[in-house]
Write a protein that binds this ligand. Structure first.
Ligand code: PRP
Ligand code: URA
Length: 219
């Protein structure tokens, strides 16, 4: 399984990451969502380099230009609710893609808030048969939401390739994906890999609760 960590190279993505991690910048939700979207755009652009391409003749007003265009069919899938701005970033780049949505929310199973359970209630997706399935979700913490999302999308076909795309991944989340998604056709993309998680299964240092930072508190 290939793991591509975009922070291994310096790029403008570091600036967006510095801002979304900064608790002062985080007070501005519009900026937070916008930076998550821009990280999605950047990640999508990098991912586009790995697709299959073929030459196509395009008629311009003055002649014919042969352009290499992507041939892969793409479904952009995301997990409510924190996935939405990140998904929008990918959709800005892959504007011809199909779109799939699933709801998955984490709920603590114990009074101490140490054990997390994940629930799915909603699915809307086109067929993913033979497609490049790009699942976008900013945080890969335990990996439970991503696994459950993937398995729910899998009820609608078998993808050709799977791209697990996040902003920050934990080593435990990456291990979980290695164990539960097909090794030979999955790539993990992230903008950072942080050292671990706290006792409440939040990535540290991370940036906090992605859903709340995008959309505010929930009950
Ligand atoms: C966040 C995030 C992932 C999940 C990752 O969603 O968007 O879906 O946590 O955690 P995991 O890898 O341990 O499963 P959250 O449950 O906070 O829901 P929200 O988007 O509704 O706020
Ligand atoms: N979900 C979040 O929103 N943040 C984390 O750090 C982990 C899971």
């Amino acid at each position: 399984m290939e793991i591509i960590n975009l922070s291994n190279q310096n790029s403008i993505i570091n600036q967006y990451m510095a801002e979304i991690r900064d608790k002062e910048y985080q007070k501005n939700r519009l900026l937070f969502r916008n930076n998550i979207m821009r990280i999605g755009e950047y990640e999508a652009f990098e991912l586009s380099k790995t697709l299959d391409y073929e030459p196509k003749d395009v008629v311009t007003p003055l002649g014919v230009s042969c352009v290499n265009v992507p041939t892969d069919k793409i479904v952009l899938a995301t997990i409510f609710r924190a996935g939405l701005p990140f998904h929008q970033g990918f959709l800005n780049i892959f504007d011809h893609a199909g779109n799939a949505f699933v709801s998955a929310y984490r709920e603590y199973k114990d009074a101490e808030h140490h054990q997390v359970g994940i629930h799915v209630e909603y699915l809307a997706t086109p067929s993913i048969e033979g497609k490049n399935l790009i699942i976008t979700d900013p945080m890969l913490a335990t990996g439970g939401s991503m696994e459950l999302g993937y398995k729910t999308f899998l009820t609608k076909g078998t993808p050709k390739r799977i791209h697990v795309c996040c902003v920050i991944a934990s080593p435990e989340g990456i291990d979980h994906i290695r164990k539960t998604l097909p090794e030979d056709k999955t790539t993990i993309w992230c903008a950072a890999i942080d050292p671990g998680m706290n006792e409440h299964k939040y990535i540290v240092p991370g940036f906090g609760d992605a859903g709340d930072l995008c959309y505010g508190d929930k009950l």
